[in-house]
Design a binder for this molecule. Sequence first.
Ligand code: ATP
Length: 498
Amino acid sequence: MVENERLRQEMRRCEAELQELRTKPAGPCPGCEHSQESAQLRDKLSQLQLEMAESKGMLSELNLEVQQKTDRLAEVELRLKDCLAEKAQEEERLSRRLRDSHETIASLRAQSPPVKYVIKTVEVESSKTKQALSESQARNQHLQEQVAMQRQVLKEMEQQLQSSHQLTARLRAQIAMYESELERAHGQMLEEMQSLEEDKNRAIEEAFARAQVEMKAVHENLAGVRTNLLTLQPALRTLTNDYNGLKRQVRGFPLLLQEALRSVKAEIGQAIEEVNSNNQELLRKYRRELQLRKKCHNELVRLKGNIRVIARVRPVTKEDGEGPEATNAVTFDADDDSIIHLLHKGKPVSFELDKVFSPQASQQDVFQEVQALVTSCIDGFNVCIFAYGQTGAGKTYTMEGTAENPGINQRALQLLFSEVQEKASDWEYTITVSAAEIYNEVLRDLLGKEPQEKLEIRLCPDGSGQLYVPGLTEFQVQSVDDINKVWRREPLTTATLL
Ligand SMILES: Nc1ncnc2c1ncn2[C@@H]1O[C@H](COP(=O)(O)OP(=O)(O)OP(=O)(O)O)[C@@H](O)[C@H]1O
């Protein structure tokens, strides 16, 4: 118990030391290279504390166990003492009784000769004496029985004493075992305490050494920081001056901004004016260009005529017959491509036209001759190209052509859409398609739902002098493909029926 108390005191002292170490300012400066090491040490310390707490728990458990065992031992000792006292009393009592019995026997033995004598005498003397003798014999018998009984009791007492001795020996062995167990537990506890003490001391030493190293590093860092502070002070002064200067500038910034905004506004206004004047200039140039183009068109019309007649002679076919009569029916002037010679009823007749194409002329050659008119159409002039001739003369071939070799219509449309595409960024064009037939003085809508319905040609009410056909079906188209669909009466995806 004394040892336990001593250990407890030792433990309390260690805890106090630990607390003191914990409160010591050993924390590293932030960012110091030893901070990690210190954290590890702290972790280890807390681990050791945990272990110590566990050991303390174990120690208190052991203490409790020892206490319990000591109590039990004291109890057993008490019981043993009681047993011994009881046994001593019993022994005392038995020995007293034995002594009494011996004394009684001795006194009885001492008394027997006179009794015998008396008996002998009484035998002789009287029946009264005989009776006294038999009584004495009975008493003697009784006393002998008592002696035997006492002997039996004594034997039992001796057996009890022996068993008490055995119990005592057993209890002593148990006490010895408890004592050895106690001693072993005590030794174990001492060993654990020793190892804990060693661990604690080691941890404290290590922590102390680390703390010293960290303190040293902190001192060094502090010295470095002080030096830096000294060098930074002039820079700080410069920065403060700069900051003050900037503050002054910022205070004046709204005025500067207003001024800048005013000048920028003026510049923008000027730029807008310049752009406006440029626009005016461009508009003026455009109008001049338009005039020029009109003039060119007029010149074209003047030079080539408002109405131009072009002849195209197709190659000779089987239907035309064979031989020189067929091949020489039409001849050309090698020097003038506007002259054509014909044989009419065997007589040569010559005609002068705007242009004559021989059978060798390609579709492209023919289109080239009229393509300027397509451009005029985009510029806003009304243009009409139509083919005239007898059956089989080649009107369809020239105007429509074939899929592989298209004629004027397809090529004109291609050109029209490509020109419109080119000008799409500056101009917005709307192209519509309509088709009408005049046959025997009757006007019919070829794309309408009622092709047999008769239509009329009227003057535009806007006074422009233009003609129009009320109710004529019109399709808005975006491409040549759309126009071809209109011809084939296929539904349009992007075009609109007007
Ligand atoms: N320049 C040409 N080169 C080759 N073949 C041609 C040429 N012109 C016409 N033909 C051919 O002559 C034939 C008759 O031409 P096409 O059908 O164009 O005549 P058309 O004037 O339209 O006749 P219709 O008035 O009866 O419709 C066609 O087979 C066509 O291919």
